[in-house]
Design a protein around this ligand. Structure first.
Ligand SMILES: Nc1ncnc2c1ncn2[C@@H]1O[C@H](COP(=O)(O)OP(=O)(O)OP(=O)(O)O)[C@@H](O)[C@H]1O
Ligand SMILES: O=P(O)(O)OC[C@H]1O[C@H](OP(=O)(O)OP(=O)(O)O)[C@H](O)[C@@H]1O
Ligand SMILES: [Mg+2]
Length: 397
């Protein structure tokens, strides 16, 4: 998956200001388009450079560095995922921001706020990170140095979406096209959007053809902005949709900016230049893929009466939900009858998607399966690790 490209033009008119109920629009300071958090203060440019000092460099350190969310809703799930991959993070005490993973020597784990993980990947202070794709896209701003090593870690699912009030002038507006065509938005009275995504927001609106838009920003509780009269619309993350519903807001057709979940992201420069990083990344990808493939599956073992392995296999393969990963394993079940060893039954072993478990059990019964045992799967290590091949391709290796 490629990251979003940076905006190509600066002709789009927009200003970004903090959401502040008391501040009248006329007195709002107009900030530059797509302001970044790598702030270079123009007045003090010679003396001050915030976060931008290191640039995108590969420093001389020997240790590899993985950034993990220090707190918030991604933190625990990230540690759980690593633990499930037998990569438990060893933290000496909860207030310490550095830790290690005993299985991965020479790797330091640094706990940081998600946005700082992306900034530090860009500045060369981290090599790998686990954060939401929303944060990579917002703070990475299309940087070619960021590579998605694993794009679906199966947690932190949400989407970034435009939402408007259900009431008033928006009552019959149900799509971005309808929103764009509303006669209300003019240069003098633009559509006011409150968002924490001040890079992705303007980019999206421009792509959707909305000309008269102005953005305001705040760190949270954005859903209050329309009811407070501060904004007409909001652009924020949605997962269950409860917060929107409770605040009388609705999503609209074409208003989803981004589908997001947790990803493993790396600095391309680090991958290419930092000794040992590719090998460590390979191991992490292998473990993640093996674990994530397995979580969606059960191992199912059943006994089946039959005359030969081939005949049993044919019966199993006649059922669409029983094909397994590479077809069923069929083994004879030996028992003693009248002093002779005979084979009346065969044991079949298949992997079935969790969602299809009950259907699979029903199909097994139809073809004479009995004594069905179901157990969880821990890992599925395949011959190939597709994401590793993809990564090598992206690095031109
Ligand atoms: N309902 C949701 N709302 C916000 N983020 C979600 C949601 N569901 C999943 N996420 C993911 O979790 C991340 C946000 O986590 P969290 O709320 O801890 O951080 P944050 O809001 O950026 O932190 P803070 O507000 O303290 O600066 C998002 O970037 C996104 O990837
Ligand atoms: O669709 P839902 O499941 O209701 O989740 C969406 C809400 O969750 C997040 O806010 P958060 O809980 O981080 O609070 P904040 O806005 O104050 O940061 C996000 O900013 C939305 O407001
Ligand atoms: Mg939050």
């Amino acid at each position: 998956m490629s990251l979003l490209a940076p905006p190509s033009s600066t002709s789009y008119s927009c200003s970004i200001f903090p959401v502040c109920p008391g501040l009248h629009s006329a007195s709002r300071a107009t900030l530059p388009l797509f302001p970044t958090r790598i702030i270079r203060c123009s007045l003090l440019q010679d003396q001050v450079s915030v976060n931008g000092g290191a640039g995108s460099r590969v420093s001389d350190r020997n240790e590899l560095r993985l950034g993990l969310p220090s707190k918030g809703r991604m933190a625990e799930d990230t540690l759980d995922l690593l633990k499930d991959c037998q990569l438990s993070v060893r933290k000496v005490n909860p207030r310490q921001y550095v830790a290690d993973i005993p299985q991965l020597s020479n790797l330091e784990v640094w706990f940081q706020r998600p946005k700082d993980i992306v900034r530090k990947l860009l500045s060369g202070d981290l090599d790998l990170g686990i954060v939401g794709l929303d944060i990579v896209s917002e703070y990475g701003q299309g940087s070619e140095d960021l590579i998605l090593v694993h794009d679906s870690l199966n947690f932190g699912d949400c989407h970034l979406s435009i939402a408007i009030p259900k009431y008033g002038i928006f009552e019959n507006i149900n799509s971005m096209d309808e929103l764009a065509r509303m006669p209300q938005w003019t240069a003098e009275k633009p559509l006011r959007v409150a968002t924490g995504f001040t890079y992705l927001g303007p980019k999206f609106m421009r792509e959707k053809g909305l000309k008269h838009v102005v953005f305001s920003t705040a760190d949270g509780a954005l859903e209050a902005a329309p009811a407070m009269g501060i904004a007409d619309a909001i652009l924020d993350l949605v997962s269950s949709g409860t917060t929107l519903r409770e605040n009388n807001l609705k999503e609209i057709k074409g208003g989803v900016v981004l589908e997001s979940q947790a990803v493993l992201v790396a600095s391309k420069k680090s991958l290419v230049h930092r000794k040992g990083l590719l090998d460590t990344t390979h191991e992490i990808i292998e473990r993640l893929e093996a674990h994530l493939r397995a979580v969606g599956q059960f191992t199912v073992v059943a006994n089946m009466r039959g005359n030969s392995p081939d005949e049993v296999a044919e019966r199993v393969l006649s059922q669409p939900s029983l094909a397994g990963l590479q077809g069923p394993t069929v083994s004879p079940v030996f028992c003693k009858r009248d002093g002779e060893v005979v084979v009346d039954y065969y044991a079949i072993v298949i992997c079935v998607p969790k969602k299809e478990l009950y259907k699979s059990v029903q199909q097994l019964r139809v073809i004479g399966g009995s004594g069905v045992l179901v157990s969880p799967l821990t890992y599925i290590f395949d011959e190939e690790t597709p994401r590793w091949q993809e990564l090598l391709g992206k690095l031109g290796l």
